[in-house]
Design a protein around this ligand. Structure first.
Ligand code: AQP
Length: 332
């Protein structure tokens, strides 16, 4: 059975982009078809200015939402990255295989470092090196497939390069993973700036739909979405990014194809109205389940504890093998 691994960063409240681009497939497909692990990658949240209490709260919330979207601990492994030491253990080894040039070419590093500098802050070294930690997250489990949104493609490519290089230098140790993306909504765009990704740490709050937004807030954000000049409803990401984003969100929530849906609408207003209702209905069961799970924190803690135990057992042999292969003396 193939092995699948993916994760979510507790840097903000989870968004519709996270759900449509990644999490949805984890519960609908991956947990049924693969030996799958899903992780709250909390160490990644420490790469930018952070508040410790907020990271803890968001980690708990992210784990609860993963379960609320339908991840079933009987079918897959759900855990928190920092509970499994193997990730950090392997990361250092991979830092000895990846290069400084590779790290500096990462688009997310360039963008986030530039934003940090513009704010007058200093850039944490971990912002530069975290793609290697992500490679360790993936490679520790012998992962075949990494289901992610479009923005993570470059990081998975780096993971492949590092795995191939390690295997060539030190002997075959790692599986070389491949990326999978959803057919629609692999990159959900910000409703107020449809040329930028809808991100959970965006400053432009009205352009971001959060999974726990009240229905009225969802409606308001979608009805106020920036659309394009012109009035014809067409799916063309380059020329009509705003309308195309709405068509993709609608298609992802209701099923169907954005090109076909474009033919159904004559006005932006009617498209927005239907998209808003589709998103509200799409989020309703997740919000309901989240509420139930919040009332039972011991259950969520138990899932994470057992998940970490299982993950540790799965990761340790391969990480130990990597330590031996690279030339480190076994502890005995
Ligand atoms: N807008 C999006 N559309 C489609 N997929 C998306 N993903 C994120 N945003 C979108 C996918 O969700 C998974 C988890 O993402 P993450 O937690 O690693 O990163 P993030 O949500 O992009 O959060 P950041 O980096 O902390 O903040 P922002 O977004 O503000 O830069 C991934 O599979 C990702 O592709």
């Amino acid at each position: 059975m193939k092995r699948v691994f993916s994760g979510i960063k507790p840097t903000g409240h989870l968004t519709l982009g996270n759900y449509l681009g990644a999490m949805r497939r984890w519960s609908a497909v991956d947990q049924h078809e693969a030996d799958a692990l899903f992780c709250v990658v909390d160490l990644h949240a420490l790469t930018v200015d952070h508040d410790p209490g907020r990271v803890r709260r968001l980690s708990r919330q992210a784990a609860t939402l993963l379960l609320a979207t339908g991840l079933d601990p009987q079918l897959c492994t759900v855990f928190v990255q920092s509970h499994v030491d193997e990730h950090a253990r392997l990361s250092y080894l991979l830092e000895c295989v990846a290069t400084d040039g590779e790290m500096r070419r990462m688009i997310q590093y360039k963008e986030k470092a530039a934003a940090e500098r513009a704010r007058g802050g200093s850039v944490r070294l971990s912002l530069l090196t975290y793609p290697v930690l992500m490679a360790a997250d993936i490679l520790a489990y012998g992962t075949d497939e990494v289901p992610v949104g479009d923005d993570q493609t470059q990081h998975v490519e780096l993971t492949r390069d590092v795995a191939v290089r390690f295997n060539q230098r030190y002997g075959r140790t790692f599986v070389v993973p491949r990326t999978t993306h959803p057919e629609v909504a692999a990159r959900v765009m910000n409703l107020q700036d449809p040329t930028s990704k809808m991100g959970k740490s965006d400053d432009v709050g009205p352009g971001v739909v959060y999974l726990l937004d009240e229905p009225e807030a969802v409606r308001k954000k979608i009805m106020r979405a920036v659309t394009d000049s012109g009035s014809e409803v067409v799916h063309d990401r380059e020329a009509r990014p705003g309308v195309s984003n709405l068509l993709e969100i609608l298609a992802a929530c209701e099923g169907g194809n954005p090109n076909d849906l474009a033919g159904v609408y004559e006005t932006y207003g009617s498209l927005k109205k239907d998209t808003a209702e589709a998103v509200v209905e799409f989020l309703r069961p997740v919000q309901q389940r989240h509420k139930e799970l919040c009332a039972d924190p011991a259950y969520v803690e138990g899932v994470l504890r057992e998940g970490a135990e299982k993950a540790r057992e799965m990761a340790r042999p391969r990480v130990d093998a990597a330590y031996r292969a690279i030339g480190l003396l076994p502890a005995g």
